[in-house]
Design a protein around this ligand. Structure first.
Ligand code: SAM
Length: 285
């Protein structure tokens, strides 16, 4: 008789379908047991960069077939993966964190859904949520804005659009662009509570809070390294009807300054002429 303990463990294949698997955003301990199980038992792992995912797999002691899939992958590559998910189990990972969240996968998941392929998500680390939990900013309502545009006008437009919502805004950011983004927040949204979470779950994790101007000064003197989540608190208006500037910005997206002023005057009871003057100022920024 063979001793069962000397046999390799029997790894049962997974049910067919597409598995969206979150991986760590720094600390390799932040992988779920379920994620390891799926990565081990799937038939193929679709990943952004085979070297990055290869390192994670070797840390986990998992060897499995890797196939490159990113935002540049074409229709044929997606069709191939969807075909593979019909016959077996395909795991989708990104370089770090939750696939699809400012990472590839949206089209693949959408097309797999349209094709009737079963889709399962294996949740785990996500820098936006981890940053929010560190920030101390209100989290009852938050809005994820991805990366801010690089061009000044597009960045200002997005800040006006998102800043008109009463929610903490969450952006992904890079070191070289942080100071510019902080200056743009100061110029376009006025005084807000800001948090900058950097290198979350890594050795040099930090979370720094202040006004946009204070943080812009600090980071101009101490150029930030590593990965960053930039968070902007909601405007600190106590009336409950919303900050007039935010309401004007929101109204100006669709209305002329005069109609925007009339709308906000009605909502807030504030002077229509003063609101009109402010609307014209905001429009010209
Ligand atoms: N899908 C990933 C997720 O779930 O968080 C995000 C991918 S996106 C391409 C990469 C950006 O996420 C970085 O530029 C940074 O803004 C943010 N990020 C990722 N890891 C981070 C970390 N450990 N600390 C702070 N920000 C991080």
């Amino acid at each position: 008789m063979t001793d069962a303990s000397s046999q390799p463990p029997i790894v049962k294949p997974l049910e067919q379908g597409l598995y969206i698997v979150a991986t760590p955003i720094g600390n390799l301990g932040d992988i779920t047991l379920r994620a390891v199980d799926i990565l081990q038992r799937c038939s193929v792992i679709a990943c952004e960069d085979t070297r990055v995912t290869g390192k994670l797999l070797s840390h986990l002691g998992v060897s499995n077939a890797l196939r490159r899939y990113d935002d540049h992958s074409n229709e044929a590559a997606r069709a191939e993966l969807i075909g593979a998910a019909r016959d077996g189990a395909v795991a989708l990972v990104s370089d770090a964190g939750t696939p699809l969240i400012s990472d590839p996968g949206f089209r693949l998941v959408r097309e797999a859904r349209e094709a009737g392929v079963p889709i399962t998500t294996i949740p785990g680390a996500c820098a936006a949520i981890a940053g929010l939990t560190l920030s101390g900013l209100p989290n009852d309502r938050f809005l994820f804005g991805g990366f801010l545009p690089v061009k000044e006008k597009a960045r200002a437009d997005i800040l006006h659009e998102l800043g008109a919502t009463r929610a903490t805004l969450i952006f992904y950011e890079t070191g070289p662009r942080l100071v510019k983004s902080l200056n743009a927040i100061e110029a376009n949204l006025g005084v807000r509570e800001i948090s900058v979470a950097r290198e979350i779950t890594k050795m040099h994790e930090e979370c720094r809070a202040g006004s946009a101007a204070e943080l812009a000064d600090y980071y101009a003197e101490h150029p930030p390294k590593g990965e960053i989540v930039l968070m902007v608190g909601p405007s600190s208006d106590e009336s409950g009807v919303g900050d007039p500037d935010d309401l004007l910005r929101e109204a100006l997206i669709e209305l002329s300054p005069s109609k925007a002023a009339a709308k906000v005057a009605k909502a807030t009871g504030k002077d229509r002429q003063a609101l009109y003057t402010r609307a014209v100022e905001l429009k010209s920024k």
